[in-house]
Design a protein around this ligand. Sequence first.
Ligand code: ATP
Length: 515
Amino acid sequence: MKNKKIIFFFLILGMIASCMLIFQYFLSMEGLENIKTSDRIAVWTVTAVLLIYYLNIGSKPQLVPSILSIEKENNRDKDKPNISFKDVAGLEEIKEELQETIDFINNSHKYKSMGAKIPKGILFYGPPGTGKTLLAKAVAGETNSNFLYASGSEFVEKYVGVGAKRVRTLFEKAKKDSPSIIFIDEIDAIGTKRNLESNNEKDQTLNQLLVELDGFNTDETVIIIGATNRLDLLDEALLRPGRFDRHIYIGNPNTSAREKILEVHTNNKPLDRNINIPELAKKTTGLSGAQLANIANEAAIIAVRNKKNVISISEFDAAIERVIAGLELKNPNVLIEEKRTVAIHEAGHALVSKILNIDVIQKISIIPRGQALGYVLKFPDEERYLLTRRELENKIVCLLAGRAAEKIVFNEVTTGAKDDLAKATNIAMEMVCSYGMSSMGTLALDETYIRYNYDKIRLEIKNITDKAYKHSIRIIQDNLDMLHKIAGLLMENETIDSEELDQIFKDMNMPDYAT
Ligand code: ATP
């Protein structure tokens, strides 16, 4: 659009100049008689070219063709990553599973002579930051294949046909550069279930992807790896045999995998002799590989900031807090009354967590970080794969303890519990809709049922959270002295670590509220 305006401007200038040169033959215009014929011809030619060009761009709808023509030139990032399975810590069973695919690429003749077809589509699914991209790159590295990265969202366009064209170009390129690995991150951006509300462009893109997946012949060694955080959203057609038929779940690492990931990300860093990687792995339960990599990097940055030669445990502790709770605010302007409310709120969480034995508390703080004015840093004390109904209920009791403490001490509640309420509601909703843990019955509720019966479901959720809130109130009322003790210490020192908290609880005879 901007180019068109510029061309128009020069075209007008050219036309004025041309007209003046023509009129000069009939009217006498001083100064123009001396212009050479070759210069006159040049002015008329340039004006004619501008006119033709301007009329041409004016007559065609430009947007779609221009996008498509750029598409052809667009040299997609392709490289041969020098990443191998050695760089992917843990995930041993997944690496084993992928060995067959690697063997197919490295010794394709063996399989082809047997008439065997290798699964061409592999789907990695699981939470963010667990190493899906890294693993796909490692497959390319192990097989010396070209790695073509694409993100599902880059196929999403307004104009019908553009996404499909992009898919075609990507596959053409992969076939030309075979052996190659196509990696489509966030494949759900184009591969979600089709329904009546679907839009035409998205459907065309997905159809093209299906066509390309079906279209490989056995001479081409092209493997396509998709990655998503939401397998449940994908269209059935994408998942059927012959397409993405191998689904590999990549979850957050367990203790031993966390240990290995931390080792990979610290082996090029000077560590203090007292650093105990297995201890660090225990302190980071529930974190993803990406978060662990981030912690190792943050610790190194903090060590430089502290002018240290080696990274010590205090830098790692600071890095863990930084990654989990966000950036510490320097000189925050928090009113003293608000600070006291935050201290009571956080003391409520810590007290109830400790009494119900939910997670191991590492630190309580009322120093604002990120958007939070205070926080309780805690991790599950062991790897858990199953949770009982009682444990889920107790988690909600802990989440609502901040609000309960505010209510008891100030007889007033604040906005500080927003995040806790969202998390508590979410757990209760899962209990009702997914785990069959309510009077709705032992069944999972599908989306359509939830949509049409939301009032009933909401009532069930409310029953769970109301009961948990009452439980929280009871625990805090029975241990009010303890609550004030923790909050008082927080007001004094701003933080309390696990040993100090244990000290406060040491001589107490705790009543058993967990039942
Ligand atoms: P997303 O779903 O958000 O795209 P992802 O699962 O693709 O995330 P990656 O991009 O592969 O995650 O991982 C991010 C970074 O985390 C990697 O570059 C790497 O530094 C680190 N990381 C994650 N898992 C591992 C692992 N198993 N071993 C070593 N590093 C890891």
